[in-house]
Design a protein around this ligand. Structure first.
Ligand SMILES: [Zn+2]
Length: 110
């Protein structure tokens, strides 16, 4: 079984980038904290604040789940964590250098 270094993927892929991939944008921003509708339950009306992002972690108050970039991608796409990590590697072959973060994220580089 080909190995995926989950830790390396987590470090290489900012959560903000995955949020961009799944088409999420916050309706509320304060420092590193962002809130908006839940990308997993996309039926939620936009403008809701049930989905919270803080740095590289997220939590949805509606579905009571949270995690990191791989967990989010897996949940949104209905993939296993392994498949999600593999797709993220495919989509972003050189991690954060391959794709520019959205404008709001640029000053959050560590
Ligand atoms: Zn949710």
């Amino acid at each position: 079984m080909s190995g995926i270094d989950f830790q390396a993927v987590r470090e290489a892929v900012p959560l903000a980038q995955v949020l961009g991939l799944v088409g999420w944008s916050p309706s509320w921003v304060k420092g590193q904290a962002r809130r908006g509708s839940c990308p997993i339950h996309s039926a939620r009306p936009h403008g809701s604040r049930i989905f919270a992002v803080d740095g590289n972690r997220w939590y949805c108050h509606q579905c009571k789940r949270g995690g990191d970039c791989i967990d989010l991608y897996a949940a949104c796409k209905g993939l296993s964590l392994f498949r999600a990590a593999a797709e993220l590697c495919d989509t972003l072959p050189r991690g954060r250098r391959a794709v520019r973060p959205p404008p709001a994220e640029q000053e959050e580089e560590r």
